[in-house]
Write a new protein. Structure first.
Length: 65
């Protein structure tokens, strides 16, 4: 029974590490795209030219995601 408990704990630990690594790899894209999205939102505030200048930033953020 002790051997089974050790293997069970090891499997739980491995599954937690793998799940955490998978989540971190998916979340990394959002972290990289965040500054581009914030800049795009700030530029959109500018009247008339804001949307024109923000369009390439939006495309860039979409490509990163």
């Amino acid at each position: 029974m002790t051997r089974f408990c050790r293997h069970s704990r090891l499997l739980k630990l491995i599954s937690i590490v793998v799940a955490g690594a998978g989540a971190a790899s998916l979340a990394g894209c959002g972290v990289v795209a965040a500054p581009v999205r914030v800049t795009s939102a700030a530029v959109k505030i500018v009247p008339v030219a804001g949307d024109v200048v923000a369009a390439p930033l939006d495309v860039t953020a979409d490509v990163i995601d």
